[in-house]
Design a protein around this ligand. Structure first.
Ligand code: OSB
Ligand code: MG
Length: 367
């Protein structure tokens, strides 16, 4: 395909409740929405998972826009006629920028699949029609507030609870929730908040029968995670450290991780995600689909991926209502703890343009 037009727009969508992690608090989701129109006039949509500030990863919204405008788009225009499967190779000379690249590749792939009248789920190799939902619970102001929030999610039917932790908000929070819900699948996510010296402390989590502890140490500290895995019994799951198939291979070889959280934006797209999925299936490593507080655009595509057979653990693919009062697409509604995988062409959803326009804070069209 050839790119005829690209639209880059930033939207601001308030969250239903502030989301606090070890790296900061967000009250609203700033998202870059990428629209690509190809030579057939077919539109493809994607969302860039980068946040407004470089706190979770080095990327951030405005850097992604700059990267796309300055380097990615000119390179693809120069390539002329290409397939979505060629995008990663064409963009490879530009280092990093996985989130910007993923969004761009996904919008192109969406348009291509719409032309082929094929769903993203079928294209990626999905084997499930619905996906089990977990929910990521932010750091609360106090234990009572945490109990209330978890209670509302358990009541809504979520099948797995993930608690965000940081030093000072860990053992007691987990103990509290585990005592009230002795059976619920439970895991924790530290977003790099601990250091190599915290092994003994984190081992105190072992008695709570957690599915995993996600990214306790710095994203670059693969060896530290391998050492920690010898000190704690709870499985280690890398998130921030896994930015490509290569990094997944390295982390597995070094035994730094025994579960992987796949976030398509973090690894450069859905095609790279499938490669990591396949590696994990081959290595008998369970995977699950992470989330980045996506709108319906990104959520639809994540559900297509999470429907692949290796995704054996519930993901952070929660219902739209967990995040937003109104989503930019038809909301994803949970039924019995599951979300339905879209079956329409491409990602299977399109934004409500009136609502999208009403929350747009900037927009540029590049022809
Ligand atoms: O570490 O998984 C994470 C949200 C933003 C950035 C990083 C993370 C998260 C979440 C929420 O945990 C996942 C979601 O519900 O989308
Ligand atoms: Mg995480």
């Amino acid at each position: 395909m050839k790119i005829k037009e690209v639209e880059l727009r930033i939207v601001q969508l308030p969250l239903v409740r502030p989301f606090r992690t070890s790296f900061g608090t967000q009250a609203s989701r700033e998202v870059l929405i990428v629209k690509v129109v190809n030579e057939n006039g077919t539109t493809g949509w994607a969302e860039c998972v980068a946040m407004s500030e470089p706190l979770y990863s080095p990327e951030y919204t405005h850097a992604c826009i700059d990267l796309i405008k300055r380097f990615l788009l000119p390179a693809l225009k120069k390539a002329g006629d290409f397939k979505a499967e060629d995008v990663a190779t064409i963009l490879k000379p530009f280092l990093g920028g996985q989130m910007a690249k993923a969004a761009f590749e996904t919008a192109i792939l969406d348009a291509q699949l719409r032309d082929e009248k094929r769903s993203l789920a079928a294209y990626l190799g999905a084997t499930k029609s619905r996906v089990e939902c977990g929910v990521s619970v932010g750091i609360a102001n106090n234990l009572d507030a945490l109990i209330e929030e978890v209670k509302s999610y358990v009541g809504a039917g979520y099948r797995r609870i993930k608690l965000k932790i940081e030093p000072g908000w860990d053992i007691e929070a987990v103990k509290t929730i585990r005592e009230i819900w002795p059976e619920i699948p439970l895991q924790v996510d530290a977003n790099q908040a601990y250091s190599r010296d915290d092994g003994k402390h984190l081992a105190k989590l072992d008695e709570f029968n957690l599915l995993l502890i996600e990214q306790p140490l710095d994203e670059h500290d693969i060896l530290g995670h391998a050492l920690l895995a010898k000190e704690v019994k709870t499985p280690i799951c890398l998130d921030e450290s896994i930015i490509s198939l290569q990094s997944a291979q390295d982390a597995l070889a070094l035994q730094a991780t025994t579960v992987i959280n796949i976030k398509p934006g973090r690894v450069g797209g859905y095609l790279e995600s499938v490669k990591i999925h396949d590696l994990c299936v081959k290595s008998k490593i369970p995977v699950w689909c992470g989330g980045m507080l996506e709108t319906g655009i990104g959520r639809a595509a994540n559900l297509a991926l999470a429907a692949l057979p290796g995704f054996t653990l519930p993901g952070d693919t929660s219902a739209s209502a967990r995040y937003f009062k109104q989503d930019i697409t038809t909301p994803f509604v949970m039924d019995d703890g599951y979300l339905t995988v879209p079956t329409g062409d491409g990602i299977g959803v399109t934004p409500d343009m009136n609502f999208l326009d009403s929350i747009t804070t900037s927009k540029e069209v590049i022809v």
